[in-house]
Structure formats: structure tokens, C-alpha cells
Design a protein around this ligand. Structure first.
Ligand code: FE
Length: 431
């Protein structure tokens, strides 16, 4: 069974990443940042956790307001380094612990947290600033795979402090019910007091920062009674992101052993680093098995019904590249290229030989079995001039006529081709 060994709380200001990249270790202005992180870095080196659960917010880099979510969990096997305006930092991509992430996601959903999930996204300073200070990275790899949780704290309404705390409690159940014997450390990032927007830019409140650190360690639930406005008033609007720390604290035992705490205010943000060792005790009953049964309950038995192919996270990650390729058919330029030069389009997308073959042969049943979601098939059908009914029939192993004979309206043929239907709509006899 997986075990949470403890948590690291730290700021994620871009200052930290800058200090690492510019190697400011010996500069007296920057040295306290390195000193503050050193015990946390040593703790990770010594404990060697198998995974880091990384809580952060993206700074409108990889997540924009066209679709903004409260709690977004990464389920991928790798995360690239984001370009925040001046090219990406010179860091290797970070490996993701996809199996643990998918288990945690399923467990949180079973516990009624309606999560969002991401893959194929790059990480910005929200996670990489502290990660580059906490972990050695020799230019090729990071020592510990991560499970990233992006919290939407920038567009109101945002989750309350209490909701973050409750998510943390569910996170404990999620991690502790993971069936493998692995150790997990939780890193919560953000704050402390700072404001970067408006006439209050440069606001700090060192007294509040100290009080927050004390409450966080000794009476964290009290912090869930504060509203976002309370946090903004006390620690600045952007400083309200410290509610993310409560996700980590909610996942730890009520009493924790503080191994380290430091605080430094060099410029705009009160930079705190703290390490808390979990003081959990094992229960005499295996509650993990109970939770895993709860997780499996909604889909239990579906996989044994012939012709049902649940589109799970595992399937989605496995078939992501091909689903992505087919999804891009909603872009007129991509579908023109696909029709004119399919082999070049396949190659540009990096499709495997097996993937190319299924698309070339329009093998609708094989595509579904491989992990392409039906709604990509109907887009492909629209582009190549095949109706939905042709696809349904093929998946059933029937001719179009055989399948049509089973419908109340046997002559009905349709697709999502819209007004253009670039592949032609040869099946439409009404035109
Ligand atoms: Fe931030």
C-alpha cells in the first residue's frame, strides 16, 4: 500500500527558478533562498520518495480562460517545460507517475470531487521553480516522477480554503489506497504574502505570514474558516493562493513533525519553505481494498459486456496521439492536408505504423478497439464522406443495408459534415 511520508510547503515565485538558472548560490541577496530550500532538498535525497504529488497553479501559461477548471490532475507519463515568454528554461521534461495519477483521479471522483484531467500540457514556474530547487536534474532527467495537480486560483470564483482542505482529506484516502508499496511526498506551492496587481502591488504582511505558518502546522482547520477575501486582505490578492497548501495539510495526519521552516522576503513574495513529516499510524483493517472497490463500482461489469469499450484514462493516454490527430480534423487546414497528403500528415503527427494502417483502411471497429473515441470516428467519417450509419454498421460487422433494416427509419443517413463535407457526401441521395 502506498504511504504518504510527509509534505513540503514552499513558494513558487519565478525568482527561485531565476536564482537556480543564474546560479546565484553565492550571492548574499539570493543565498537565503538556497539555504531555505536546502533542508527540503536533503530530506528528499534521504527519503527518496517514489513519487511527488505536486500542487501548484499555472499562471495562464498552459491553461487559459477558454476552459478554466478548479482542480485539474495530470494523468500523463511526461510533462514538458513551458515557454512563458522568453523560451523555455533549460530543464529536462518531467516524468509523470501515470498509474498513481490515474488511481488518485479515480479515487477523488469516487469521493465526489468532480475533477478535471490533463495530458500533453507543459509546466510553468508554478511547479518548475520549486522543483528545480528541490531536485537535482543533471540535464537529462529528474530523480522522482510527479503527479501534478493544477489548482485554478486566478479566475473567481475559486475553490474555498475549506474545499482545498477537504480535497486533501480525500487525497489521503486516494494515495493510501494505491495498491503498490510506494512512498509519496506531497509538495504544496504558493505564497506567502504578495500582491503583483494594481496599486497594492508590493504588499506584504510578514506578521500574517508567521501566523499562517503557525496555524498551518498546529491548527490548520482554523485556516479553513477564512474566506478568499480574508486571505486577500491579509496576504494580498495573489497571496490567497496559499489555500493550495491546505490540500497538502488535509492529506497529512492531524499532528505533524516539523523538520524545517524558513522564511525570507527578498523582493515581492514572502518565500517560505517548510518540511513536515507525516505522523500517520496504520489501521488494523485494510481500508485500501474497500476504497478500490468503491472506485471500481461505477464501471464494474461493463467491461464484460460485449461491444462496450469504456474510454478510461488508461485508454485515453494510450491512444492520445491518434485521437489528437483525428480531433485536429476540425481545423480546415489540417483536414485539407490529410486529404491531399495523408502520409505526410501521418508522419508529421508521429503516428505509429499500426495507427496509420487503421486510418488508411478506415477500419472503424479496429479504431474503436484501439482506443479512438467514437466522436473522432464521426469526424473522420465527415471528412472522408462516410455517414455515421456506415460507421455504426461496420462496428457491428454488418453491411449498411443490414444495419439500416434494423432502424425504424431505415433510409435515414446523416453525419456531422456540416455545410462543407470536404470528402463529398456521396451517400446523400437527396442532393
Ligand atoms: Fe503563483
Amino acid at each position: 500500500m502506498a504511504r504518504i511520508i510527509g509534505g513540503i510547503a514552499c513558494s513558487h515565485t519565478p525568482t527561485i527558478g531565476f536564482a537556480v538558472d543564474a546560479d546565484k548560490r553565492k550571492d548574499p541577496v539570493w543565498a537565503p533562498i538556497f539555504d531555505g530550500f536546502e533542508p527540503a532538498r536533503q530530506w528528499l535525497r534521504e527519503k527518496k520518495p517514489d513519487a511527488l504529488f505536486m500542487i501548484f497553479n499555472d499562471h495562464v501559461t498552459s491553461f487559459f480562460f477558454d476552459h478554466y477548471s478548479a482542480f485539474t490532475l495530470g494523468i500523463d507519463g511526461e510533462y514538458g517545460v513551458a515557454d512563458e515568454g522568453g523560451g523555455p528554461r533549460d530543464l529536462p521534461a518531467v516524468k509523470g507517475h501515470a498509474a498513481l495519477a490515474q488511481h488518485i483521479g479515480a479515487s477523488l471522483m469516487a469521493d465526489e470531487f468532480d475533477m478535471s484531467f490533463f495530458q500533453d500540457k507543459r509546466l510553468d514556474h508554478g511547479s518548475l521553480s520549486p522543483l528545480s530547487m528541490l531536485c537535482d536534474h543533471d540535464g537529462a532527467a529528474w530523480p522522482i516522477p510527479i503527479v501534478p495537480l493544477a489548482v485554478g486560483v486566478l479566475q473567481f470564483p475559486i475553490p474555498s480554503a475549506r474545499r482545498c482542505w477537504k480535497l486533501g482529506q480525500a487525497l489521503r484516502t486516494a494515495i493510501e489506497s494505491y495498491p503498490e508499496d510506494i512512498s509519496v511526498a506531497i509538495v504544496a506551492t504558493g505564497g506567502l504574502s504578495h500582491q503583483v496587481s494594481g496599486a497594492r502591488a508590493g504588499f506584504n504582511n510578514t506578521e500574517w505570514d508567521r501566523q499562517f505558518l503557525d496555524l498551518f502546522e498546529n491548527d490548520p482547520e482554523a485556516l479553513t474558516r477564512l474566506t478568499i477575501a480574508d486571505y486577500a486582505k491579509l496576504g494580498g490578492v495573489e497571496g490567497a493562493e496559499v489555500i493550495m497548501w491546505l490540500i497538502m495539510r488535509g492529506a497529512l495526519s492531524p499532528n505533524v513533525r516539523k523538520l524545517h521552516e524558513s522564511y525570507y522576503l527578498p523582493s515581492m513574495t514572502g518565500i517560505a519553505v517548510a518540511v513536515y513529516e507525516n505522523q500517520d499510524r496504520p489501521l488494523p483493517v485494510d481500508k485500501g481494498a474497500e476504497q478500490r472497490a468503491r472506485i471500481g463500482r461505477e464501471l464494474a461489469g461493463a467491461e464484460t459486456i460485449d461491444g462496450i469499450h469504456p474510454f478510461t484514462h488508461a485508454v485515453s493516454v494510450k491512444a492520445y496521439r491518434l485521437n489528437r490527430f483525428l480531433h485536429r480534423l476540425i481545423d480546415p487546414e489540417h483536414r485539407r492536408r490529410f486529404l491531399d497528403e495523408p502520409e505526410a500528415a501521418f508522419a508529421a503527427a508521429g503516428l505509429s505504423e499500426a495507427e496509420k494502417d487503421m486510418v488508411r483502411r478506415r477500419d472503424w471497429d479496429a479504431l474503436i478497439r484501439y482506443g479512438v473515441i467514437f466522436f473522432m470516428l464521426e469526424k473522420l467519417g465527415a471528412v472522408v464522406g462516410v455517414s455515421n450509419l456506415h460507421i455504426y454498421a461496420a462496428m457491428r460487422g454488418q453491411t449498411l443495408e443490414e444495419f439500416q433494416a434494423t432502424r425504424n427509419a431505415p433510409n435515414a443517413l446523416y453525419s456531422v459534415a456540416g455545410k462543407q463535407g470536404m470528402g463529398g457526401i456521396a451517400w446523400d441521395k437527396s442532393k
